[in-house]
Design a protein around this ligand. Structure first.
Ligand SMILES: [Cu+2]
Length: 525
């Protein structure tokens, strides 16, 4: 800390094999804990514990069991599908020193949208897991989605809380899932605190779908059924299976809650849950496994023109029911988050740049301030020499389409700065944005260090123009017509290009199949 000199450095995995680390590590009692990501690259998830002094790896606990290990019976025997089944850890674990347990949420199964080769529940994908903090020994797990084929990660951080249920003090753990439910468990045993029922769900034998799925008793924070749309044969609710014909499903994309933290107030007993409302068309297409390459087996894209919004919900930890809910004009489940104070205030940012203070009990808005950039980080509160401060980083968020910025705002009762002008608002319908570039016949993918983007995203050309798509980003991308089979570049690795000639006048929309939140539009005259 004093000199900045490196003391130790330990490789957790090779990034070339598709691995990454997206969360802060957790320190406790001489140990450092870190998860690993790469669920879209055929990796094997794990929690790694290191000696804080030396950097020596003390133990690893694989979220995908090897032969004969606990959970191995939930994968097809005699195959190695579990060795590349994803199940990564996106967020920082939590630890209960009294119980000596470390807890974390586990992400989606891989390949994300293709379950055909991985019959079984596929532990420990989309689960909450508890291990002995010292040794990494398995203690309990709870799987939120069996045999996940919808990319329903448990991606947001777990929250430890103490509560009283039916007059009994209980040690709780909760996590807000991409299913739109909050999963509330006893953190000593992993058993549901409120009740979670296994219910039969629609089946597709090709996807080897699980017969039942866990339905928490209480309320979901986002809608769980998609409306039908012209051009789509299939519209369903959560756990609707799909194959090669797209099926419209909610929740989807980065909703309900993806990544964002969920604070808990011991005063109100509420969790404050950000949610994203969006419909995706899910399709399975199959993928060949190649080490370090994307391995998702399908795609999900919000049909062009469909609405995208959000919810901010106070969920009562004693009932898992909605205490109050705000509908938000923008998606907030994929970044935002909030913070709650002992003084009864909830601070939360919005993708339109506003930082809000709400009454934690009623949800009533008490204050708002325009920060000038996408306010898509959780606010923090702290105190210096008896004076209280609220701070928020306003960097914007690609997944929610909010305006980029690089500001950190700090507020106190003595604050003197005024608000800024509002930034351009985020999209509320799915589709490409930005000005139309006339006569441009070159489109760069991942340009200017904005990995998930086409630049320009919208162009106008004359019929017969040949357009060059070049991937200048770091990840593989493609450009594929929304109109199925019309045209596509195929997957472009870093540095690769492909030309497509547009002869038919009209408006062409396209997406990147592995990153369906990337859109482009080509207007052919
Ligand atoms: Cu892409």
């Amino acid at each position: 800390m004093k000199t900045g000199k490196e003391v130790w450095r330990t490789a957790i995995e090779k990034w070339q094999n598709g691995y990454g680390i997206t969360s802060a590590p957790l320190y406790y009692d001489g140990m450092v804990y870190t998860g690993i990501t790469g669920g879209e690259f055929g990796v094997r998830g794990r929690l790694t514990a290191l000696d804080a002094k030396t950097g020596e790896i003390k133990w690893r606990w694989y979220t995908l069991p090897g032969p004969g290990e606990i959970g191995s019976e939930t994968w097809p025997a005699g195959t190695d599908h579990s060795m590349r089944g994803g199940a990564t850890i996106w967020n920082t674990p939590a630890l209960d020193p009294e119980l000596g347990l470390v807890y974390f949420a586990v992400g989606n199964c891989g390949p994300d949208y293709d379950g055909s080769m991985r019959e079984g529940d596929n532990l420990f994908c989309t689960s909450i897991v508890a291990l002995k903090a010292k040794t990494g020994e398995y203690v309990w797990h709870f799987q939120q989605v069996h045999h996940d084929i919808w990319d329903y990660d448990a991606a947001s951080p777990v929250v430890l809380f103490d509560t009283v249920i039916n007059g009994q003090p209980r040690k709780g753990i909760a996590e807000a899932g991409r299913t739109g439910w909050v999963y509330i468990l006893d953190r000593t045993s992993g058993k549901p605190l409120i009740g979670i029922e296994e219910r039969p769900v629609p089946q597709d034998p090709r996807q080897k779908t699980a017969k039942t799925q866990p339905y928490p008793i209480g309320d979901a924070t986002v809608p769980q059924c998609a409306d039908s749309l012209p051009g789509y044969e299939n519209a369903g609710c959560i756990f609707t299976p799909f194959w090669e014909t797209p099926a419209l499903i909610q929740p989807s994309g980065i909703g309900g809650t993806n990544w964002s933290p969920m604070p808990y107030s011991p005063e109100t007993g509420y969790f404050y849950v950000p949610g994203t409302v969006r419909t995706s068309a899910f399709t399975r297409y199959g993928d060949k496994y190649v080490v370090g390459k994307r391995y998702v087996g399908g795609s999900q894209a919000a049909p062009i023109g469909t609405s995208m919004s959000g919810t901010f919900t106070a969920i009562d930890s004693r009932t898992n029911k909605i205490a109050w809910q705000h509908k938000t004009p923008y998606r907030i489940g994929g970044g935002g988050g909030s913070t709650v104070t002992a003084g009864g205030l909830v601070f939360r940012g919005e993708p339109d740049g506003n930082l809000l203070a709400l009454d934690a009990k009623t949800g009533e808005e008490l204050w708002r301030f325009q920060t000038g950039f996408g306010a898509d980080a959780p606010a923090v509160v702290y105190e210096v020499d008896g004076e209280q401060f609220v701070a928020i980083a306003t960097g914007g968020n690609q997944l929610q389409g909010s305006a980029y910025g690089d500001a950190v705002w700090v507020f106190s009762l003595k604050g003197q700065l005024g608000p800024l002008w509002p930034p351009p608002p985020p999209q509320t319908v799915a589709g490409p944005v930005g000005p139309v570039a006339a006569g441009v016949d070159a489109i760069k993918i991942g340009d200017l260090n904005v990995e998930y983007s086409y630049a320009p995203a919208r162009i106008r050309i004359k019929a017969g123009t040949t357009v060059t798509f070049s991937n200048v980003g770091d990840l593989p991308h493609d450009a594929t017509a929304m109109e199925q089979g019309a045209w596509g570049t195929g997957m472009l690795a870093k540095g690769e290009s492909k030309v497509v000639t547009f002869s038919k006048p009209g408006i062409h929309y396209y997406i990147c199949t592995p990153h369906p939140w990337m859109y482009g539009q080509i207007i052919v005259e």
